[in-house]
Design a protein around this ligand. Structure first.
Ligand code: HEC
Length: 111
């Protein structure tokens, strides 16, 4: 392979990888924004227990358990009680099924 072709293929690889890298960062920001819009962040934070458990603690406890996305998405929409302590989570009525799944996947990724 000539030098110029090797150079071209490096550029190709970079051009392919860069959008993938860039996609990851806004995804985090978008998910935080969604959590903020849906008022999750009134009771939760990523790292610290507030009214509800830290999202990282939820990830640590729940990741890998059976049907976890469906279960957490269900809790997110319908509320939850008795799993983490005496304070229940009320239903979050403005969250669609798809948003609840996206939020559940995001929370589980926060380990
Ligand atoms: C009014 C406060 C409040 C709001 C608003 C709230 N949560 Fe919660 N959340 C809690 C509490 C308290 C718990 C613990 C409930 C329990 O012990 O079962 C909890 C638990 C959870 C759990 C763990 C459920 C389980 O079964 O382990 C997830 C996931 C979660 N919240 C996500 C969210 C998301 C996403 C939103 C926004 C759509 C949200 N919460 C909004 C207070 C809240």
């Amino acid at each position: 392979m000539s030098n110029s072709r090797r150079y071209a293929s490096t550029i190709d690889r970079f051009a392919f990888t860069l959008p993938l890298l860039l996609a990851v960062v806004p995804a985090q920001a978008e998910m935080l924004e969604l959590a903020k819009t849906k008022l999750c962040l009134a009771c939760h934070s990523v790292d610290t227990k507030l009214v509800g458990p830290a999202f990282k603690d939820i990830a640590a406890k729940e990741a890998g358990t059976p049907d976890v996305i469906e279960r957490l998405a269900g809790s997110i929409r319908s509320g939850s009680s008795g799993v983490w302590g005496p304070i229940p989570m009320p239903p979050n009525g403005t969250v669609s099924e798809a948003e609840a799944k996206t939020l559940a996947e995001w929370i589980l990724s926060l380990k």
